[in-house]
Design a protein around this ligand. Sequence first.
Ligand code: ROI
Length: 165
Amino acid sequence: MTTVYIALGSNLENPGLQLQRAVDDIDSLPEVELSGCSKLYISEPVGPEGQPDYCNAAVRIETTLEPLALLDAMQAIENDHGRVRTVHWGPRTLDLDIILYGDDIIESKRLTVPHYQMHVRNFVLCPLLDIAPDLTLPDGRKAAALLAEVGTAGIEVVATKYPWL
Ligand code: ROI
C-alpha cells in the first residue's frame, strides 16, 4: 500500500457537486481506500482571466495501484465527469492531480510527481494541510512552510466536513 495525495479542482457545472461526486468515485475504486478528505474551498482562478472561480479540495488514499494505473483511473473519472481538454489552463469540470505518491519522484512523459506547481498553489497546499498538517515533500520541504510563503489570498473555506453538500 502506498499513501497518495490527490488534488481536486472544478470550475464548471456545479463545481462543489463535481468534487463531492469525484470523492465518491475515488472511494469506490476497488484498489483504493480513502483515508482523509479536506475541507471544500472556493478559490480565484490562476491562469487565464474571465473564467469562473474554482472549487478545490484534496484527498489522501492508500492504494495498491502503480502510479500510471492510478493516473489512468483518475483520468477515467475526469472523463466520466465530462472533462473535455481544450484551452490550456482553461475552465474544467473536473481536474484530479496526483500530487504525491509516497516519497516517489516520478518524471515520465505522462506524469510528474510531486506535482510541478504544488509549492506555489495555495489551492493545493491549503487542502493538503487539512489532512496532513506535518506533510513533508520528498525533498524535505514542509508543506506548511511552503503555504506560509505563498499566503492564503484568494481562497476561502466553504464547507468543513465531508460530505460537504
Ligand atoms: N485555479 C484555481 N484557483 N484552482 C484550480 O484548481 C486551478 N486549476 C488549474 C488552473 C487553470 C491552473 N487554475 C486553477 O488547472
